[in-house]
Write a protein that binds this ligand. Structure first.
Ligand code: ADP
Length: 160
């Protein structure tokens, strides 16, 4: 049973994230999506419970996806959830330096237990980011290419 952790803020989950989750599901037995508090981010669109609800709803029919949340480091969440690796999605070179550092530190502080697997989204999803989606939404443009319909609906509800 090979289980991996896919940590992130997912504010909101995009089709880029979903593409990475699908790829991980094809490769591993279970994918634990972990909604973690990123100390560098302050202005969330959805609170952590809302983000959990959105992702659980999206994957309710996929037994390979488990959703957890918390204010715990990704490496500790991976250890607690019996994961062998952390999955990260790389969008481009700009993500690379940071991810290499993170991967090395996480391997180090877990005594070699937690490795990192980097995946690349399919081309049409590669450059989607949660922050870009929020900006495009703010100026009232169509975001249906970037997020699932249910996520779009939840975003629209915030406006009411
Ligand atoms: P974080 O707060 O850790 O940046 P995100 O929710 O923004 O969390 O992203 C979680 C993970 O998904 C990160 O590894 C990020 O690089 C990856 N990711 C996000 N969008 C994409 C995308 N379009 N293609 C590939 N990877 C992505």
């Amino acid at each position: 049973m090979i289980r991996v952790l896919y940590p992130g803020s997912f504010d909101p989950i995009t089709k880029g994230h979903m593409n990475i989750i699908n790829q991980a599901c094809d490769m591993f037995d279970e994918v634990v999506v972990a909604i973690l508090v990123n100390p560098g981010k302050k202005n969330y669109m959805f609170n952590i419970d809302e983000r959990e609800e959105i992702i659980k709803e999206l994957y309710k029919n996929n037994p390979k996806v488990k959703v957890v949340k918390g204010n715990v480091a990704a490496v500790d969440t991976a250890l607690n959830e019996d994961c062998v690796a952390i999955v990260r999605g790389l969008r481009g070179l700009s993500d690379y330096d940071f991810e290499v550092q993170l991967a090395k530190v996480n391997r180090d502080i877990s005594d070699g237990k937690i490795n990192t697997v980097c995946l690349f989204a399919d081309e049409e999803y590669q450059f989607i980011s949660s922050s870009m989606v929020k900006e495009v939404f703010k100026i009232d443009k169509d975001i249906s290419k970037y997020v699932d319909k249910s996520v779009h609906e939840k975003m629209k509800m915030l406006r009411k």
